[in-house]
Design a protein around this ligand. Sequence first.
Ligand code: F6P
Length: 474
Amino acid sequence: MARLVVVSNRVGIPDGTARAGGLEVAIRPALKKRGGVWFGWSGKVAEGTPGPAKTVTQDKVDYVTVDLPQDDYDEFYNGFANRVLWPILHYRLDLAEFTRRDLGGYFRVNQFFADNLEKLLRPDDIIWVHDYHLMPLAQILRERGHKNRLGFFLHIPCPPPEILTGLPNHERVVAGLCGYDLVGFQTENDANNFSRYLANEVGLKRASDTGFRYEDRVVEVGIFPVGVETEPFERMARRAAASQFVSKVMASMAGRALIIGVDRLDYSKGIPERLHAFERFLGNFQEWRGLVTYLQITPTSRTDIREYADIGRLVGEAVGRINGTFGEASWTPLRYINKAHSRTALAGLYRSARVGLVTPLRDGMNLVAKEFTAAQDPDDPGVLVLSRFAGAARECGAALLVNPYDSEGVAIAINRALDMPIEERRMRHQANFATLVKNDLGHWAERFLGLLDGEASSAAAAGFAEPMPRRAAR
Ligand code: F6P
């Protein structure tokens, strides 16, 4: 079997530090199983010129990381990746702040990654690159003569060409993905949007239903919804629900029903809209006052970027308003926490919750939705209220699907979730759980790498083994 080299901006270095990244959660088990190399940024900013790459080896995996100088951190990470690509790929052209300087930084860091990667590469390695930070990397490696199989997976959404073309220099950045042999997306919608972009904007001809001719190669476009380790996560949640930490939290609920939300502090997650919905819920369904506690766990991220500070302020104000309006000396309706929690602690909390609120305005997949589902007790499951704009809605069609912009609709869904009879809860949970077992994390990596390795002939083989359940009737 060829050696696997994974490349991503963040690397899950096994140093015991808890991080909230969906990408790291997905990659680590796949790499551990197969072994190989994981290359990327150390998460540190170097003073002056960065030193050579550092390697830590554990469980057949070499974790190789480089520091970034301050300019690169500003222009590549905070700049082009998170001030331009992140908002645009989340359909928020209005928030993009493009500068040519940041674009330069983006390409410079991709060249720097290629410089370091070249030192590690063997001719028959297969290379799997992740996410929007590294879209041009394949073309850079191709220009330098590397002939390895190169795959790319986008963890976040891919908007329609009408939005993608709003990105200045999209011809270099988005069309740069043609340097890869296989480009993978979370959902059919994302893959279709990219295919339309390739056909209409880049002018590529189709080689098959899923492939496009590009120079002397074929670029395959596939759908690979990232999963979770469904059954192991259920076992972990079962143990964690009995832990001291979760017992203490539940004791503090004093018998009230727990509603939980867990998100990075990011405008794509729809947190102010969700709080507004909770406010509507308390206003419209007064019988629940004093009987529920909504726990919103929201680790901060990308704090150097203005939009992130703005959303933090907005959320803080809403929390104060809701607790001020509805709270009583003996009851705080909403607990808002910025501290990151371990996945084990979260698993136990998910299992103890009556309702999981996952209402992003736009999300590539959203693994919280899947982990919440995996964590439930099948005999007495909680109910997932899920945004139709999360990739996970495709596989979790038996959740209560909502439009996160419709605060009244979300408030009605919260009431319905709390009121739902046990048989309906079990039925909905079983349907979602069964799909997540079929499409778990192992399948995701195997299917992607199977195609990239050339074990299957076309991306059509990357379709799901079973049809997804239909959206639940509302
Ligand atoms: O795919 C999105 C992602 O890159 C995930 O790793 C994670 O959800 C988040 O963004 C982490 O962001 P950052 O690396 O900027 O902290």
